[in-house]
Structure formats: structure tokens, C-alpha cells
Ligand binder design. Structure first.
Ligand code: ATP
Length: 371
């Protein structure tokens, strides 16, 4: 008696197989690209985000096992792994795979702290990372990373080479300004400076380019989305009502510009008294988490208000490096970085490659700006 295996059967047998890193099923992520049946032999084509996926052998064996267990009558089971050409070779940044904008509605909520530590954490996870400090009004990244004032970018073959610190390739407007000199940045200047940081800097090959934005929803944000294919935005907020209100505006702006909001980080969420260990919610409780849940935006994690965080920032030694791996703040941030990575992977698996707004049709995001 001959057996007929159907694609539905194969699909059903694969329905529980998850991407081990992202935690969602391969079917949900659209990674099962093809199912071919030849008699009793089954061939499944799985598309990975990147050919260098470290967990590809796990994915392969999980799929094989699922089909073999789910369809005992199956003969040879072949799992073909292909890689999606997910890079968005932007004309401006051909070697950069993912551009992550870190924004906030309000100033002083810890956006630069998150950007600097995120960059460092991603390098420790084995990625090539660039960090562009676009906070034209108060560039704090060089100080936070402990880059000495005389440590400036160099020029080679007419291109600017970023400063490397803690494994992160850094460019900051702060490198090019006289200290203490107030600069009034008008929109065309902002646009030109950003263009120069993108066009004239040799960023090389990067897995992630992190953009530390100024607070708010102003000219830099608009120039950025018009010029660059931004993979997504990470929003930092405190739980305080005022900060949250502004964070919501930032979320709306990114969404209006078709930029995916990859997640929200709640900073200064609570404080633990060093004497009695009592946990107090100085700025209100879990406001950003609740908002993220309501809007179905990934909540990447929270960070306490801690002396060590500020001290590490002031000393130019990011807390992710200053605190050992057992430390709860280090641990919390590690989770934030891995959650962000997962959010980027989900975005890249489920959505088309990002495009600069200038390449898209008109939008509700100040369309036409920067032209
Ligand atoms: N969780 C925290 N605990 C204690 N201090 C913190 C924490 N997060 C940030 N800080 C401190 O708060 C100050 C402001 O942080 P940061 O510069 O990262 O904010 P920002 O949102 O980038 O500000 P701006 O909008 O002015 O650029 C810094 O001194 C920083 O060290």
C-alpha cells in the first residue's frame, strides 16, 4: 500500500519548532519557505536570517526530528538551510546590516546610558558595532565611554575612521566641537552634518549601527528617517507620567515614519535601599511596561535607579563592563540587549527590508523634509 504524505502534514509536524534565539515558531516567523514531497521523501527549506546563524545546526536537527516524529512513514528527510539576503545595502551604508535608533521623548531619561551600554553589550555578544552620537545638543557618548578628549577620529584615503573604544566604533559630533562652545543647530546644518557622518565616515562592516538621538521628535529624527533605512527604534523612558507622555509622542513619530518600534526600555524604574533592600517606585510603577503591553510593543526590560550606573557613566566605564556578570544590573542589561537582538531578528524575518523615507511614498512624517 502506498502512503501519501501531504504538505499540510509536514507543516503540522513543524508547527512547534521554534527559533531557539527568538522563541517564536519558524512558521510564525515565515522561515519555512518550501516543502517538497517526493513519494515518502520530504525536503523542507528553512530560511535563516543570516548564513552565519550560530544555531543553524539546532534548527536543522529540530526540524528533522519534528518531521520524523510527526510522520513516522516519512522516508528521507532533508532540511535545506538558506540565508535570506536581509542586509539592506543602503547606498550610503553598504556594509551596515542593522541601524537602530535610540530615542526618548524627554531629556535626561538615560538614552545615552542605554545607547553606550547597548553598544558594548552587543560587541560582547560577538557583533561588530558602531555608535553614532547624534545628540547635537549635548553629546555625552565620548565621556561615557571614557574616550580621552585628545582621542579623535583619524582620516585615511579621504574618509574618517571612527574612534574605537571597548570594541565599539564611535563617531560623535562632540569630536568636532570646541568644548563649552554653544552651537545653534538649524535644520539644514543638522541634515548636512548627519549626511557627512554617514557619507564621509568609513564605518566598514557592522552588524549594528546604533544612533544615539537627541530627545524629542525634531529635525535630526526627521533627517535620519529620510536619509537612512532604519531597522527600528528603541525608546527609553522613565515610568514618570511626563516622560511617558513624551515617549508616546516619539513612538507615534517613528510609527508615522514607518519605522518599527523594536521595544521600550524603562529606566530608573525603581530604587533598592542599600540598607533595608526596600524597593521603592520613585517615579511611579511600571508605567512604560503597561504602555508597551497596551500598544503591543516589546518591553525589553527595566533598569533600577542606581548609584553605580551614574558613577560608571561619569567615570567613562560603562556599567555593563564595570559591574561583574553576577551583578543584577549587569544581568538586567544583558537581557535587554538579547531581547533587542531578538526583536531585530523578528522584524527582519517578518517585514521587508527597511527603506529610507525618501525612497517611500509621502507620509505623515513631515514628508519632503531634507530634499
Ligand atoms: N539607571 C540609572 N541610575 C542612576 N543614574 C542614571 C541611570 N540612568 C542614567 N543615569 C544618569 O542620569 C544622567 C542622564 O543620563 P543620560 O545622559 O544617559 O540621559 P539622556 O536621556 O541621554 O540625556 P540627554 O537627553 O540630556 O542626552 C547621567 O548622569 C546618567 O549617568
Amino acid at each position: 500500500m502506498s502512503t501519501t504524505i501531504t504538505t499540510d502534514q509536514v507543516r503540522h509536524s513543524l508547527s512547534q519548532v521554534k527559533d531557539p534565539e527568538i522563541g517564536k515558531t519558524l512558521l510564525e516567523l515565515g522561515m519555512i519557505k518550501d516543502i517538497a514531497i517526493d513519494g515518502v521523501n520530504v525536503t523542507v527549506t528553512v530560511e535563516l536570517t543570516t548564513a552565519a546563524c550560530p544555531l543553524k545546526s539546532t534548527i536543522e536537527s529540530d526540524c528533522r526530528q519534528a518531521v520524523t516524529n510527526g510522520i513516522p512513514e516519512a522516508g528521507a528527510v532533508t532540511i535545506n538551510l538558506t540565508a535570506r539576503d536581509q542586509e539592506t545595502p543602503s547606498e550610503l551604508l553598504p556594509g551596515v546590516k542593522n541601524i537602530i535608533a535610540v530615542g526618548s521623548g524627554k531629556g535626561g531619561v538615560g538614552k545615552s546610558t542605554v545607547s553606550a551600554n547597548l553598544a558594548v553589550a552587543l560587541t560582547r555578544l560577538g557583533h561588530k558595532v558602531g555608535l553614532l552620537d547624534m545628540d547635537f545638543y549635548g553629546p555625552s557618548i565620548p565621556a561615557m565611554l571614557g574616550i580621552a578628549p585628545d582621542h579623535k577620529p583619524t582620516v585615511k584615503d579621504d574618509r574618517i575612521i571612527p574612534v574605537e573604544k571597548h570594541g565599539v566604533h564611535v563617531i560623535s559630533i562632540g569630536f568636532f566641537l570646541e568644548e563649552e562652545s554653544p552651537v545653534i543647530w538649524r535644520a539644514p546644518m543638522v541634515h548636512a552634518a548627519l549626511k557627512q557622518f554617514i557619507e564621509d565616515v568609513n564605518w566598514g562592516e557592522l552588524d549594528y549601527l546604533i544612533l544615539d538621538l537627541p530627545p524629542g521628535t525634531g529635525d535630526i529624527q526627521l533627517s535620519m528617517v529620510h536619509m537612512l533605512p532604519v531597522t527600528g527604534a528603541l525608546i527609553v523612558s522613565t515610568p514618570q507620567d511626563m516622560a511617558l507622555l513624551d515617549a508616546k509622542k516619539a513612538v507615534s513619530m517613528f510609527q508615522a515614519c514607518s519605522v518599527e518600534v523594536l521595544g521600550i526600555v524603562e529606566n530608573m524604574s525603581y530604587h533598592i535601599c542599600p540598607q533595608c533592600q526596600h524597593q521603592s517606585y520613585l517615579f511611579g510603577e511600571k508605567g512604560a511596561r503597561k504602555y508597551a503591553d497596551e500598544r503591543k510593543i516589546p518591553f525589553l526590560g527595566d533598569l533600577p535607579l542606581e548609584f553605580q550606573v551614574r558613577e560608571a557613566g561619569d567615570e567613562g566605564n560603562p556599567f555593563y563592563l564595570a559591574l561583574d556578570e553576577e551583578n543584577h544590573i549587569h544581568n538586567k542589561f544583558h537581557r535587554i540587549a538579547t531581547n533587542l537582538k531578538a526583536s531585530v531578528d523578528v522584524r527582519n524575518q517578518t517585514k521587508p527590508a527597511p527603506q529610507p523615507l525618501s525612497a517611500q511614498s509621502a507620509s505623515g512624517c513631515g514628508g519632503g523634509h531634507g530634499h
